[in-house]
Design a protein around this ligand. Structure first.
Ligand code: GDP
Length: 192
């Protein structure tokens, strides 16, 4: 049972409804080959999708609406190239959630995530949600990163953690809904 899906007790308070018109910005960060594009593609097929507007001119950016508790949460996912994932590029921008993706089959990719997560927690002052995603959970025999180690790291760095398989579409819906929930109900976030 993932804490990502826990429904906060105050989820029906009236300040939530004020936020529904906003478009939230989500930065997707991870090393090359970890499955960023595959995951975003799987989001598009989710049964939770209320509406999709893909900006075809820029494949790295997709705006989607997720239907959650009868309300739409609209988010723009922006895939950040590994070489562009430096804190200078997102320190001053208005990002509501950072999704850090690594592959459980490649230790180097969680090290990449750890460095970026450190930077974000240190230098990004705007309240934001941070979620670490261990992708490729289907490749059991190739696992290089233990789930417990990843969870430990995330709890130290105040990030949520979830393991998924973009290839098998396993727990991808939970991730998508979890991102929307973290953004909507992040107690640190000041209402707009
Ligand atoms: P990106 O560079 O981070 O955007 O990664 P891609 O989405 O292009 O994926 C890189 C490779 O990993 C592709 O060959 C995908 O098919 C494969 N891949 C992505 N997700 C998974 C997964 O969950 N399991 C497995 N076995 N392969 C995956």
């Amino acid at each position: 049972e993932t804490p990502l899906l826990n429904k906060p007790a105050n989820s029906t308070n009236s300040s939530d409804s004020k936020n529904t018109a906003a478009i939230f910005k989500v930065a997707v960060i991870g090393a090359s080959g970890v499955g960023k594009t595959s995951l975003l593609q799987q989001f598009m097929t989710s049964e939770y999708m209320g509406g999709v507007e893909i900006s075809f001119d820029d494949e790295s950016e997709r705006t989607v609406s997720v239907l959650l508790d009868g309300e739409d949460t609209t988010m723009t996912f922006n895939e950040i190239e590994p070489q562009a994932a430096s804190v200078q590029n997102y320190k001053t921008t208005d990002i509501d959630a950072f999704i850090f993706i690594y592959s459980i089959t490649d230790k180097k990719t969680i090290e990449f995530v750890e460095e970026r997560l450190h930077d974000v927690q240190r230098y990004v002052s705007k309240p934001h949600a941070a979620i670490v995603v261990g992708n490729k959970s289907d490749l059991v025999r190739k696992r290089q990163v233990k789930e417990d180690d990843a969870r430990q790291l995330c709890s130290e760095l105040h990030a949520k953690y979830i393991e998924v398989s973009a290839a098998l579409n396993h727990r991808v819906d939970e991730l998508l809904v979890g991102i929307a929930r973290q953004i909507r109900f992040n107690p640190q976030r000041a209402p707009r």
